[in-house]
Design a protein around this ligand. Structure first.
Ligand code: MGD
Ligand code: MGD
Ligand code: MO
Length: 684
C-alpha cells in the first residue's frame, strides 16, 4: 500500500496567552507528529509541554467516541446512542419545553473557554437563533482587569509582546509567564541582555520571580496600596512627566489631591513593605527609563483587583509610560477579534443581543440557576466548559443541576461535568476541523485544517449546531434561524471582512494555510494617544466609573475584609503542566505532578506543630479537604499555596464578587483569590 503523508497547519485554540501555531504530520490518516510552526514570529516554532504532547490528547484512550445517554443522571450507567437519536431526544425536549412555556427561556447555555476558535461561536449563534434563551454571562477569568482599562483608556489594547525587549524596566505584577506564557520569556531574556531590570511583584516566589533582578513579596490584594505609595513618592519628589499629564490625561488634580490625603504608614502596613522598598522601586521610574508593566490575570481575581489595576495604570500615566516603545501596561486585547461575527447574527426577527438573551451570572451560576423563574431553567447545554470543576459554590451547583430536566454536555472527555449530564456528545479536536483562532495577547491569526478525520463519531460544535437547527426546523418549520445549510467554508468566509483582509495582508482566508499572519496593528498600544474614553484622554478621573457606582479615581480599597489572625488565604495559581482542568489526564505531563499538596510557610508550620509531609485539614464554613503539607519560605507567610486541581479549591469557595467586571462582561468577576481557610494538623 502506498504511504500517504500529509503536513497540515494548526493552532492551539485553548484559553492561553500563546495561541501557538503548529504543524501536524500524518501518515495514512493518522497524526504521527505535532511540532511548532516556525512561520509564527511570536511562538517561533516552539510549543509548551502540553503542545508537544498533543498526540496523547488526540489519541487518548479515554476520549469520547460516541454520543452517550446516561440511564439515570449520576448512575454512571451510560449507553451508546446514535447521533440521530441524540439530536432527536434533545430537539423534542426543546420543543416540549417551548410548548410548556411558550418561550425558549427555559433553555440555557453555559459555555466558556475550552476552544476560542471563531467557529465555536456557532454555539452562541445557535442559541441566538431560537428567539429568547437563557445564557451564562460574565467571566471567571479577567473581567475586573478589563473594566479597569475601560475606565482609564476607554478600551483594552496590547502592544506586540516584543515591546518587552525595548523596555529599560519591566515590572511583572502577579503574572507567572514561566508557567503560563512561556513564549514571552525570550523577550524578558532579550531585555535583560540589553541591561533592563526585571522586577517581579507577587506573594509567591515563583519560577518567574527566580529570574528577576528584584523580587517584591506583596501582600495579596495590596498592589494598589503599593502603586499609590510609588505615585505619592514620585509626586513629592517632582518626578512626574508633567508634559504627558498636561497633554494626554484628564483628572490629574483630583488624583493628586487624593494622593496628598493618603497616609504613608497606613499604606505601608497594607502592603507590608518598608519605605526603602518604595524608594528603590521609585528610582526605576526615573523619567529617562522606559517602564513596561505586565499585569497577570491572577492579580485581579480578588476583592480589589480592578482598583489595584487602575492604580498601576495611573502610576504609568504619571510617569508618561504610555504609547512609546518599551512602555505601557500589558494585560490583554481583543482588537484582533474583529471578525464580522456573522455566525452570531442569527436572531429571529425583532430580536437582538439585548432582548434575546436572559443573562444568568456565570460566577453566581449555582444560585441564579436555582432562583431564576418565569420560566425556570429546565435544559442546560454545556460546551467548552468544565462547569462543575471550575466554578465556585459547588455544593449549591450540584443541587441546582439536579433540579434540571435535561443536561447536555459537549466535550472530548467524560469530565465530572459530563458525568452529571443526561446526554454527552463527543466533539472534535483542532486537528479534525476547520477554524480560525485569534489571540488575546499577541497579534497573530492562525488556521486549523483537518489533519485527520473526526475521532470515531465526534463532530465539531458547528456541525452539532447545524444538526440541531435542521432537526428543529424539520419538526417545526421556522423554529431556528441558524443557517444550517451553509458549508464550513461559507461560515468562515463570511467572518472575513475587507478590513480584516487588509490588516492581515491577504485576499482570501485560505492563504492562512501558507502560514499564520500578523494583524497590522500598531506595535505599540495607544501610540496615537487617541484614547477611547469620553474625553479622548487617559482618565485618572472617570465619570463612567461614577455612573457605575465605582470610585472615580484609582483608590486604595484598604482590604475590605479583615482577615482573622488564624485564617490563611487559600491561593490556587494556574499550573505549569495543565490548563485549568485540561491535560490533567495526560500521564506523561502529570508523572511528576500527580500528588496534590499545599505549601505552608515554615513560620506557621512551626506554630501549628506541622512537619514536612504531615497531613492537615484545611477548612472553612463551606467545605474541607485533607492534604499533605510541604514547608517553604517562598510564599507570603499568611497564605496556603495549593498545588493541584482547581476543583479541590472550588469545593471550599462560595461566589465572591470582584470589584469590577460588569462593563466588559456583564457581571462582576470571581474573586477566586480571596478565599480564607483555617487549618489543623491531622493526628494519625
Ligand atoms: N500552563 C498554563 N498556562 C495557562 C493556564 C494554565 O492553567 N496553565 N491558564 C490560562 C488562563 S485561563 C489564564 S487566566 C492565565 C493565568 O496566568 P497568569 O496571568 O500568570 O495568572 P495566575 O497564574 O492565575 O496568577 C499569576 C500570579 O499572580 C499571583 N498573585 C495572586 N494574587 C496576587 C496579588 O494580589 N498581587 C500580586 N502581585 N500577585 C498575585 C500568583 O501568586 C501567581 O504567581 O494563564 C493561561 N495560561
Ligand atoms: N479555584 C479556581 N477556579 C478557577 C480559576 C482559578 O484560578 N482558581 N481560574 C478560572 C479561570 S481563569 C478560567 S479561564 C476558568 C476556566 O473554565 P473552563 O473554560 O470551564 O475551563 P477548562 O477546565 O479549560 O474546561 C474547558 C472544557 O472544554 C473542553 N473542550 C476543549 N475543546 C473543546 C471543543 O472544541 N468543544 C467543546 N464543546 N469542548 C471543548 C475541555 O475538554 C474541557 O472540559 O476557570 C476558572 N476557575
Ligand atoms: Mo483564565
Amino acid at each position: 500500500m502506498p504511504v500517504k503523508q500529509k503536513k497540515t497547519r494548526h493552532v492551539c485554540p485553548r484559553n492561553c496567552y500563546s495561541t501557538c501555531a503548529m504543524i501536524g504530520s500524518s501518515v495514512n490518516g493518522r497524526l504521527v507528529k505535532i511540532s511548532g510552526d516556525k512561520a509564527h514570529e511570536y511562538t517561533k516554532g516552539k510549543l509548551c509541554p502540553k503542545g508537544y504532547n498533543y498526540l496523547s490528547y488526540v489519541y487518548h484512550p479515554e476520549r469520547l467516541k460516541f454520543p452517550m445517554r446516561q440511564t439515570k443522571r449520576g448512575s454512571g450507567e451510560w449507553i451508546r446512542i446514535s447521533w440521530n437519536e441524540a439530536i432527536d431526544l434533545i430537539c423534542k425536549k426543546i420543543l416540549e419545553l417551548y410548548d410548556r412555556y411558550y418561550t425558549n427561556l427555559s433553555v440555557a447555555l453555559n459555555k466558556y473557554s475550552g476552544n476560542f476558535g471563531i467557529m465555536h461561536n456557532s454555539v452562541e449563534g445557535f442559541f441566538n437563533s431560537l428567539g429568547q434563551t437563557s445564557r451564562a454571562v460574565g467571566s471567571p477569568c479577567w473581567s475586573s482587569g478589563l473594566d479597569a482599562f475601560i475606565y482609564d483608556y476607554g478600551d483594552y489594547r496590547n502592544s506586540d509582546p516584543e515591546q518587552l525587549m525595548n523596555a529599560d524596566v519591566i515590572v511583572l505584577w502577579g503574572a507567572n509567564p514561566v508557567w503560563t506564557s512561556i513564549h514571552s520569556i525570550q523577550y524578558l531574556y532579550a531585555a535583560r541582555e540589553r541591561g533592563a531590570v526585571l522586577v517581579v511583584i507577587d506573594p509567591v516566589y515563583t519560577a518567574t520571580a527566580k529570574k528577576s533582578d528584584i523580587y517584591v513579596q506583596m501582600a495579596p490584594g495590596a498592589d494598589g496600596a503599593f502603586a499609590l505609595l510609588l505615585a505619592k513618592h514620585l509626586l513629592e519628589n517632582n518626578q512626574l512627566d508633567m508634559e504627558f499629564i498636561a497633554q494626554h490625561t484628564k483628572g490629574f488634580e483630583a488624583f493628586r489631591d487624593y494622593l496628598n490625603t493618603l497616609d504613608i504608614n497606613d499604606l505601608l502596613k497594607e502592603c507590608k513593605q518598608s519605605y526603602e522598598v518604595i524608594e528603590r522601586i521609585a528610582q526605576l521610574f526615573d523619567l529617562k527609563n522606559r517602564v513596561l508593566s505586565w499585569v497577570g490575570f491572577g492579580f485581579q481575581r480578588n476583592l480589589n483587583g480592578g482598583q489595584n489595576l487602575r492604580a498601576i495604570d495611573a502610576l504609568m500615566a504619571l510617569t508618561g509610560n504610555i504609547g512609546k516603545e518599551g512602555t505601557g501596561v500589558q494585560y490583554a486585547q481583543q482588537c484582533s477579534w474583529r471578525f464580522s461575527n456573522q455566525i452570531l447574527q442569527t436572531f429571529q426577527p425583532g430580536y437582538h443581543e439585548a432582548n434575546a438573551i436572559r443573562p444568568i451570572h456565570m460566577n453566581d451560576f449555582a444560585r441564579d440557576l436555582f432562583y431564576v423563574k418565569d420560566p425556570p431553567i429546565k435544559l442546560l447545554w454545556i460546551s467548552c466548559r468544565n462547569l462543575l470543576e471550575q466554578s465556585p459554590d459547588q455544593r449549591q451547583l450540584r443541587k441546582a443541576l439536579e433540579e434540571l430536566e435535561m443536561i447536555v454536555t459537549v466535550d472530548q472527555f467524560m469530565t465530572p461535568t459530563a458525568q452529571l449530564s443526561d446526554i454527552v456528545l463527543p466533539t472534535t479536536t483542532n486537528f479534525e476541523e476547520w477554524d480560525i483562532v485569534p489571540s488575546y495577547w499577541h497579534h497573530w491569526i492562525s488556521i486549523n485544517e483537518p489533519a485527520i478525520s473526526p475521532y470515531y463519531e465526534s463532530k465539531s460544535d458547528l456541525e452539532i449546531s447545524c444538526l440541531l437547527a435542521k432537526r428543529l426546523n424539520a419538526l417545526r418549520p421556522g423554529f431556528s434561524n441558524f443557517p444550517y445549510e451553509k458549508t464550513i467554508e461559507q461560515f468562515i468566509e463570511e467572518e472575513f471582512t475587507e478590513e480584516i483582509y487588509q490588516l492581515l495582508g491577504i485576499h482570501h482566508w485560505k492563504e492562512l494555510l501558507q502560514g499564520p499572519r500578523r494583524m497590522r496593528f500598531p506595535k505599540v498600544a495607544w501610540s496615537d494617544y487617541q484614547f477611547s474614553t469620553p474625553s479622548g484622554k487617559f482618565e485618572f478621573y472617570s465619570e463612567i466609573a461614577i455612573q457605575n457606582q465605582k470610585p472615580p479615581i484609582a483608590m486604595c480599597m484598604l482590604q475590605k475584609r479583615n482577615k482573622k489572625s488564624h485564617e490563611f488565604l487559600f491561593l490556587v495559581n494556574h499550573g505549569q503542566f495543565n490548563l485549568n482542568s485540561q491535560f490533567l489526564n495526560i500521564d506523561v505531563l502529570q508523572n511528576e505532578n500527580k500528588e496534590q499538596f499545599v505549601l505552608i510557610h515554615s513560620y506557621y508550620a512551626q506554630k501549628y506543630g506541622i512537619k514536612q509531609y504531615d497531613q492537615i485539614r484545611v477548612f472553612n464554613h463551606y467545605g474541607e479537604i485533607i492534604v499533605k503539607c510541604l514547608l517553604t519560605e517562598n510564599i507570603y507567610p499568611e497564605i496556603l499555596l495549593f498545588h493541584g486541581n482547581h476543583a479541590i479549591a472550588n469545593s471550599m469557595i462560595p461566589f465572591i464578587p470582584t470589584d469590577m467586571g460588569e462593563v466588559s462582561s456583564g457581571y462582576s468577576g470571581m474573586a477566586f483569590n480571596s478565599n480564607y481557610v483555617q487549618i489543623e494538623l491531622v493526628r494519625i
